[in-house]
Ligand binder design. Structure first.
Ligand code: B12
Ligand code: SF4
Length: 501
């Protein structure tokens, strides 16, 4: 039996606005703490010199666990793992999270990774750490993949997704909201009231992770936990990380009612699909707003019904974008429609149709923002076989996935002039929206002036002509007004980030 009982959990830095303490690690920590283990949480906001902290903290640890998403997360995860392995070759390093779960074998081929926890991690990590503490073999831990002593990679059978009502609440006591608030300006704590989505969109891995099972906390638990931790930590904003919050609309409305009658005030937001919101009554959408919902993100993806069908989004109809915009506008909720352009099989006509619908909605509904992005193939998405046939090369290592810059061109059907034109039209579309929004705020700018200022930009969009883009140069020179927004928070994203989750 080992004398050690400390687990170090690391959340690597990411691009985009800070969203508070990493919920994944708080969820993983909770059962470990209950079982008597000590947990040290490390991230760049709590520990700007995180590599040094990890090297110190792992001195007396049982293992180091690292959460990894595809993209920039990987860089710091690799760097820290290499440094730890060099100093403490015997310390097990366990990767988990979406990237490691979706590219397990490839991740385990790296010499610095000893094990990967696939999918939902609470119970698998607890069982693994208990085995480590008891010096027992790792064979038979469901949901685990690991390297045996001879280096062979072993994949244990899948662990069924646990009913989240049986799991303890996240270990919020490990996160100091004040420290995260100094980075984001808001006292916020993320929360998940459900996991999983029943749909099977071709570009999304939720179905791989949660097996299409919507698995949700009971209404009472959500209301009780939110109205307990909000005043306790003086929280102003709760981003909900559910995959698709409105799957059970009755539950969503009951949660909103519960929050209203508790009298506890805070802002919250969530992500969902337009088919669900469009079915809600105006009164229920108003109730969401009354309970504090100020922002909703939608994975709308396209305004062409044919493209939606190619994406396996037959459940969604273009008119629902308008209905959603209308109801949320009445309720005073700001929304973001996330759009994917350049999807395999999308024609120029279908793309233009999406641009036209976006422009129409933007003109009519001031509460709507758009986050249009170029299709980026993430690991494990169901259409990979089709993509490979179309000539897309799948990254072969962790480091290659790190540099898969979101929206960068890896798509054989979207090259050279066509790609340049698409990028320009995205920029002009966002610029046009920005001009509309900014001029609306200027009291003397009447309709005529607004139209005049936006005229050259609209001409280009209409004619699809983008050579000598002086309007973009000018706007960048004055100040970068082209703002991409996070689907989760509505906050501006850094220029380099192209896609929002
Ligand atoms: C919030 C969020 C983010 C936030 C997280 C910030 C924060 N402070 O927590 C940020 C902004 C970082 C983010 C960024 C991106 N995201 Co995101 N994000 C999410 C979202 C909505 C919720 C994640 C979450 O916290 N869930 C709640 C926790 C409890 O669950 P969890 O994170 O999955 O953790 C569990 C398991 O994964 C596992 N686990 C996780 N870490 C570890 C570590 C160890 C050691 C172990 C053992 C287990 C384990 O156990 C946990 C408990 O069960 C998910 C969608 C979803 N429904 O989950 C997308 C999602 C994870 N994101 C996605 C994408 C595409 C991105 C981006 C690539 C997109 C972009 N905008 O560029 C970037 C990548 C950023 C980077 N690499 O730098 C994809 C998955 C992509 C992938 N292959 O990694 C998802 C699934 C959305 C989707 N349906 O497509 N995201
Ligand atoms: S994209 Fe959204 S609606 Fe589609 S499967 Fe993923 S979470 Fe569900």
């Amino acid at each position: 039996m080992s004398a050690k009982n400390k687990v170090v959990l690391f959340y690597p830095p990411y691009e985009g606005p800070p969203l508070g303490a990493p919920l994944s690690l708080l969820c993983l920590a909770s059962p470990l703490l209950q079982a008597g283990f000590e947990v040290k949480l490390v991230d760049n906001l709590l520990h700007p010199d995180y590599e040094k902290t990890i090297l110190q903290e792992t001195d007396d640890a049982l293992c180091l666990g690292i959460s990894v998403l595809t993209g920039p997360h990987i860089g710091a995860a690799v760097r820290v793992s290499r440094a730890v392995k060099k100093l403490r070759p015997e310390l097990p390093i366990v990767f988990g999270g979406w990237h490691a779960s979706l590219a397990t074998h490839q991740t385990l081929r790296e010499p610095f990774v000893d094990a990967v926890v696939r999918g939902q991690g609470e119970l698998t990590l607890l069982e693994l750490v208990q085995r480590m503490a008891e010096d027992e073999s790792w064979h038979g831990v469901r949901g685990l993949s690991f390297k045996a002593s001879d280096g062979t990679i072993i994949h244990e059978p899948e662990r069924p997704v646990a009913d989240i009502n049986t799991l303890p609440p996240p270990a919020y006591q490990l996160a100091d909201p004040a420290i995260y608030a100094s980075a984001s300006g808001v006292r916020q704590l993320a929360y998940t009231s459900s996991v999983g989505c029943p749909y099977q969109c071709n570009y999304c891995t939720d179905q791989v992770f949660y097996r299409r099972r919507f698995n949700a906390y009971r209404v009472e638990r959500v209301v009780e936990e939110l109205t307990e931790f909000v005043p306790r930590y003086r929280i102003e904003h709760v981003p909900l990380f559910d995959s698709n919050f409105l799957v059970d609309r009755k539950r969503a409305v009951a949660i909103a009612k519960g929050i209203v009658s508790s009298g506890i005030r805070f802002r919250w937001d969530f992500q969902t699909s337009t088919d669900f919101l469009a079915l809600m009554s105006e009164e229920d959408v108003r109730l969401l707003a009354e309970s504090g919902v100020h922002h909703i993100g939608f994975g709308t993806e396209s305004a062409s019904q044919e493209v939606l069908t190619m994406m396996n989004k037959r459940f969604q109809h273009v008119e629902q974008m308008y209905e959603t915009a209308r109801k949320t506008c009445l309720a005073g909720i700001h929304i973001v429609f996330n759009i994917i352009l350049g999807y395999p099989g999308e024609s120029e006509t279908q793309r233009q149709q999406t641009f036209r619908t976006m422009s129409e909605i933007a003109r009519e509904y001031p509460n709507v923002s758009f986050s249009p992005n170029i299709f980026t193939p993430y690991p494990g998405i169901p259409i990979w076989p089709q993509l490979k046939q179309m000539g897309v090369r799948e990254p072969q290592s962790l480091e290659e996935w790190e540099t898969l810059a979101l929206g960068r061109n890896v798509l054989p059907w979207l090259q050279d002039e066509e790609l340049r034109t698409l990028r320009r039209s995205l920029e002009y579309f966002l610029l046009n929206n920005q001009i509309r929004k900014v001029t609306k705020k200027i009291p003397w700018a009447n309709r005529g002036i607004r139209r005049l200022l936006g005229a050259p930009v609209r001409w280009r969009i209409g004619k699809n002509r983008y050579s000598f883009p002086w309007e973009l140069w000018l706007s960048r020179a004055i100040e970068s007004v082209v703002t991409k927004r996070s689907l989760l928070t509505g906050q501006p994203l850094p220029q380099r980030t192209q896609q929002v989750c």
